[in-house]
Unconditional design. Structure first.
Ligand SMILES: Cc1cc2nc3c(=O)[nH]c(=O)nc-3n(C[C@H](O)[C@H](O)[C@H](O)COP(=O)(O)OP(=O)(O)OC[C@H]3O[C@@H](n4cnc5c(N)ncnc54)[C@H](O)[C@@H]3O)c2cc1C
Length: 385
């Protein structure tokens, strides 16, 4: 088995890494401390590296990248600025749903702005009363006299909510009956009746999160994505991609934490020697290195399964997400320990890595829910329904 990236992937990775380190990394500390959203120009610049619409086919204006190439680029962004990674991933997820299942009229209306980096999207599924039980959507949309849809309800913990231009929202339209009654609509944040309240959070301070309120928001008929009642069958494919993306993001944060720990362990002297020469510190470095590598292997396996459309891609994406997100947190925590008191201060990046990694085991399905999906693939028994 050859686990190496090919020369094109390596060249893309190298050029993105050079750009991020010279142009983006110098902004991170100041912006994160001020909790200011990542500047639009920084988001838009990522288009040149395949990070806006990277997975979309070239005929749709995307880059037609494989999941392995795209995931490799995602890990690079997460290594430097997880907030930027979060904004891009969610916006791309919404764009993929629009491109994959939207009508030609809808794609023509919204995709060019998104792909040129002029519009940022959100993906609104979670609600105050429904999280893991996502099929129980309560936000409603009813037909208007003109054939469009009127949306009423609340969505919560929505990445990009406070700054989004466009979004896709999961709404109950057809019936009260589970997933079969849920449809997907595109909306614009400038539409009358839409508002968003920003939410404070533990990390990723430059990737805004919000609670959305829809009060009689009217969208035209063409904003229905797919057929009524199809929202979850459309979303399923993209949720697998989303989980693989989380695995690559976790890998990026874990790599960054490991690099910081190694740097510190070489420099910091106690008892007249670099602390990296002590066996207990070396054990911590060995643990971190192993977790980075197992995360990389599973992230690559999930990408390969998606690229081949392998039958087990759902399980592999779930395993990669669950393992890499848990591992990233442990690596960040261990890196913080290697730093001693310095690790707890904002003078070093590891306390930020720890905070930024923490949400990865919650979003895109909590690791408990994901664990049940994985087990179900072997047992044939569902713990949930
Ligand atoms: C930073 C961040 C960004 C997010 N961005 C988005 C976004 O852009 N769009 C969006 O739609 N959502 C988003 N979310 C929401 C996220 O998807 C949900 O938080 C997640 O699905 C869990 O739902 P919940 O928070 O309601 O937790 P709950 O479902 O209430 O779960 C609470 C706890 O109970 C456990 N639990 C629940 N049911 C079971 C069960 N049957 N068996 C065992 N344990 C169970 C869970 O594992 C968890 O530990 C985001 C969340 C965060 C933190």
């Amino acid at each position: 088995m050859d686990f190496a990236l090919d020369p094109t992937q390596t060249a893309l990775q190298d050029s993105l890494r050079r750009y991020l380190e010279s142009e983006v990394a110098p902004l991170v500390d100041e912006y994160e401390a001020a909790k200011t959203p990542v500047p639009r120009a920084v988001v838009a610049a990522m288009r040149d590296y395949g990070l806006i619409g990277g997975l979309l086919p070239e005929e749709e204006g995307g880059f037609g990248l494989s999941m392995l190439t795209y995931g490799t680029l995602v890990a690079e962004v997460a290594r430097v600025w997880p907030s930027l990674r979060g904004m891009l991933s969610v916006s791309n997820l919404a764009a993929s749903v629009l491109a994959g299942a939207g009508s030609p009229a809808l794609r023509a209306k919204y995709l060019p702005r998104i792909l040129e980096g002029q519009a940022i999207c959100c993906f609104a599924l979670s609600e105050p009363g429904i999280g893991s039980d996502a099929a129980n959507v309560q936000t409603r949309a009813e037909r208007t006299a003109s054939g469009g849809w009127r949306i009423n309800g609340r969505k919560i913990y929505i990445t990009n909510g406070p700054i989004c231009d466009l979004g896709i929202v999961f709404v109950r339209t057809v019936s009260d009956d589970g997933v079969a009654g849920v449809s997907c609509l595109a909306f614009e944040s400038a539409m009358p009746g839409f508002s968003c309240t920003p939410l404070g959070k533990m990390g990723m301070h430059c990737c805004p999160l919000g609670e959305l309120l829809f009060e009689d928001v009217e969208v035209p008929a063409e904003n229905l994505i797919g057929e009524p009642g199809q929202a979850f069958s459309i979303a399923k494919k993209y949720l697998n991609i989303g989980r693989s993306v989380v695995a690559f993001s976790a890998l990026g944060i874990a790599e960054s934490s490991l690099e910081a720990a190694v740097r510190f362990a070489r420099d910091r002297v106690q008892f007249g020697r670099p602390i990296g020469s002590f066996q207990l510190v070396q054990q911590m470095v060995a643990d971190m290195m192993t977790m980075v590598e197992t995360s990389r292997l599973l992230a690559h396996r999930s990408a390969d399964a998606l690229d081949r459309n392998a039958p087990d891609n759902t399980t592999l994406c779930a395993m990669a997400k669950r393992h890499a997100s848990d591992a990233a947190l442990r690596v960040a925590e261990t890196a913080l320990q290697v730093h001693g008191g310095a690790g707890y201060t904002s003078l070093f990046p590891v306390e930020r890595h720890y905070r930024d990694a923490r949400h990865l085991s919650i979003g895109e399905g909590t690791n408990q829910i994901i664990g049940m999906l994985i087990a179900q693939s072997a047992l044939g028994l569902s713990a949930l329904r």
